[in-house]
Design a protein around this ligand. Structure first.
Ligand SMILES: Cc1ncc(COP(=O)(O)O)c(C=O)c1O
Length: 388
């Protein structure tokens, strides 16, 4: 049978491959501490589950309007206006089953064959994978450790060509936890405006920030007209399995995305959408509790990694990942990740799973208990000591 060439251009995600390997090891009776997975280990808060269950009981088990239920979109719009300090309405909002479909839809709608898309590197692999799939060229922009894992505006300037269509931002960032500053955002918008570029701003970690206030590029005057925000419920509300994301975009693009939704999945699960409305409008105590616990774990893992010979680690201000520099161990990223999984029972991801500028780093997710993080740190330290 024949397959299109284009389908072979899609890449898998490192986290899923490592998870499969770790599960196999566990089935063989080995102990593995999972620090590879980008998924909160908390349960979805009870009030949100109750809203979803109630919606099922109330009969909300049929198709919903393709771009989202208007009452739910209203709650999303209110949340977006408040959290970003901007003015949007229902016509700017599209609900989809997760951020990923929105990233896909944005790229399909705005990027053509031969176009260039500037993507953060190390960065979330989906941006690169889908850009390649579309026959466009992902152009990596380096996030630099010496710059707190932000890219330099000069680098951005030098990468823009006549073919550039879009720049992808992800702040707070996966895998580094880095956050763009207001000055960065203003500079990026200025360049995007000058060169007529779209901005895809993946803000899925916007509510998981520690010592700084989250700032969306859409707060820069004018930016809303050329930006698509994608955000969702997976991380902040521990709702990965509910499949909920929303996009904020200019009205014309929202109309295209609506039609795309009709042709692709019809609608996002109706009862899930009611759970999202509760998540965004109900009490936020559980979010505060989860964030406080993430902060505690971040401090434990950063201090623990910095105490290990050959490893240094910046303290990230957002998301739930750390991205330590492991060059002092003499191992490559892949060697480090393989040895830790196979010989120490600690699952993490090679920095190169996020692109070439990830060499010399690994990613640990701290979506795991402090006890497990401490045990993992001990295993890493002991293993590295045997390699000296
Ligand atoms: C940066 C980033 N964007 C998007 C997603 C996908 O989120 P969703 O579960 O909403 O599809 C993830 C998940 O790991 C992510 O890290």
């Amino acid at each position: 049978m024949k397959y299109t060439e284009r389908i072979s251009r899609l890449e898998s995600e490192g986290a899923f491959a490592v998870l499969a390997k770790a599960k196999k090891m566990e089935a063989e009776g080995k102990s593995v501490i999972h620090l590879q997975i980008g998924e909160p280990d908390f349960d979805t808060p009870k009030n949100i589950c109750d809203a979803g269950i109630q919606a099922i009981r109330d009969g909300f088990t049929h198709y919903a309007p393709s771009g989202g239920i208007p009452d739910v979109k209203k709650v999303v719009a209110e949340h977006v206006c408040k959290s970003r300090g901007i003015d949007v309405n229902l016509d700017n909002i599209i609900v989809m089953p997760g951020c990923k479909p929105l990233i896909f839809a944005a790229l399909i709608s705005l990027v053509g064959e031969g176009d260039e898309v500037i993507v953060p590197n190390p960065g979330y692999p989906t941006y690169r994978s889908v850009t390649n799939f579309l026959g466009a060229k992902p152009v990596p922009i380096q996030l630099r450790e010496e710059n707190d894992f932000r890219f330099r505006l000069d680098d951005l300037k030098s990468l823009i060509t006549r073919k550039t269509r879009m720049i992808v931002l992800n702040s707070p960032e996966n895998p580094t936890g880095g956050i763009l500053t207001n000055e960065d955002l203003e500079g990026i918008y200025e360049l995007a405006n000058q060169h007529d570029l779209w901005i895809l701003s993946d803000e899925i970690y916007s509510q998981i920030v520690y010592d700084v206030k989250f700032q969306s590029i859409t707060a820069v005057p004018g930016a809303l007209d050329r930006t698509i925000i994608v955000d969702g419920m997976s991380k902040t509300y521990a709702m990965t399995g509910w499949r909920l994301g929303y996009g904020v975009m200019p009205r014309k693009l929202a109309e295209y995305m609506f039609t795309l939704a009709i042709n692709n999945f019809s609608s996002t699960a109706t009862f899930s959408q009611y759970a999202m409305a509760e998540a965004l409008s109900g009490p936020q105590d559980d979010v505060e509790r989860m964030n406080a616990e993430f902060r505690r774990r971040r401090d434990v893992i950063v201090d623990g990694l910095n105490a290990i010979n050959g490893v240094t680690c910046l303290k990230p201000e957002g998301a739930f990942y750390v991205f330590p520099n492991i060059t002092g161990t003499g191992l490559t990223s892949q060697q480090f990740a393989d040895i830790m999984l196979e010989e120490a029972g600690v699952a993490c991801l090679a920095g190169t799973a996020f692109g070439k500028f990830g060499e010399g780093y690994v990613r640990f997710s701290y979506a795991n208990s402090v006890e497990n993080i401490q045990e993992a740190l001990k295993r890493i330290r002991d293993k590295l000591a045997t390699l000296k």
